[in-house]
Structure formats: structure tokens, C-alpha cells
Design a protein. Sequence first.
Length: 202
Amino acid sequence: MAIMESVRNFLGSVDIMQVLSSFIFLIAIIDPFGNIPITISMEKKGVKIYPIRVCIASLIILTTFLFLGEWILLLFGVQIEYFAVAGGFVIFLMALEMILDITIFQNEKLDGAGSIVPLAFPMYAGPGAFTALLAITAEYSIASLCISLLLCMLVLYVVLRGTHWLTKYLGQTALYIIRKFFGIIVLAIACKLMFGNLANIF
């Protein structure tokens, strides 16, 4: 009975608008469409991509960080509002990368299993997604974020399964426009995170 009550309380805290808003935000950060060329390049080099493994690994990493991230902040004595402002600034820079086609963050090249490293981590479940998750926990319920993560992994799975189809039928131009569109959304949400939490601090 206690377990069922906990499940009901958890599902009761799900807000559809929060799910949709956080889903759009997180899928823009994870950026499965923008990373299609990288996936194709890896396959051409002989790396076998297993979409289900990538999605499961990414979901485990992000969910773990979602639940433990705030505890980690408490360990270092940092309030979630301060992290949200700092995270919003980092996400702001990521949005500029997407919109302006510039490189601000230099990513190290990691060797390893193609389905886990570097796809699941650090490409999809990396520092950007960590920052985004922790930043928006100040405004969204954990239950809504969990649903959003599941939806993101579903989209990621479909994109990884249909990488070559998407490239063939949508074309590079359409994928480029999608990336720019998501970049503008990310930029707007980054500004909301920064200025909204600055108001809470001061």
C-alpha cells in the first residue's frame, strides 16, 4: 500500500506543461539531430552503433544525476538557485554554438565502446545535459523531468535507428534548420534560468 501511495503521489506531481516545456529544452540540449553527422562518421569508421544500448546508458546516467545532483550541490554548499544561474550561463554559451556555428567548448576525444563512449557519454548524457537537468530542477518537478527524459530517450532511439533515412529524406539543410530552431529555444530558456533565479537570489 505504501508503495502504491508513493507511485500515486509521484504521478500526481506530473504537470503536462512542465513535461512538454522541459522535453523541448532537454531534447535541444541532447541534440540527437545535430549529432547525426557524428554518428554516421563513426559507423563509416567501422564502429557498431547499438541504439538501445546508447539510450539505456544515457537514461541511467541522466536519471542518476537527476536524483543525486542536488545532493552533490549540498555537499559543496551550493544552493540550487546559484547553480541554476551558472548553469543558465553555460547553456547560453551552448545556444550560441548552435546558432552561430562557433566552437566555445573544446571536447576531448575519448576512445571506447561506440555505444557507450562517446555516444551515451559524453555526447548525449554529458556536462551540458547535467547542467541543464540541475538548473531546471529549480523550476520543474522531478516527476515531470523523469517523463521528459523518457520521451527524450524515445526520440533519441528513433533518430539513431533512422539516422541514414533522416539524412537521405530530410537532407542536411533541414537538419541544419532544426538545429538553429532548437538553438533559439535553448537561448530563450537560458535567459529565463539566469534572470529568473537572479531575482530569487536578490
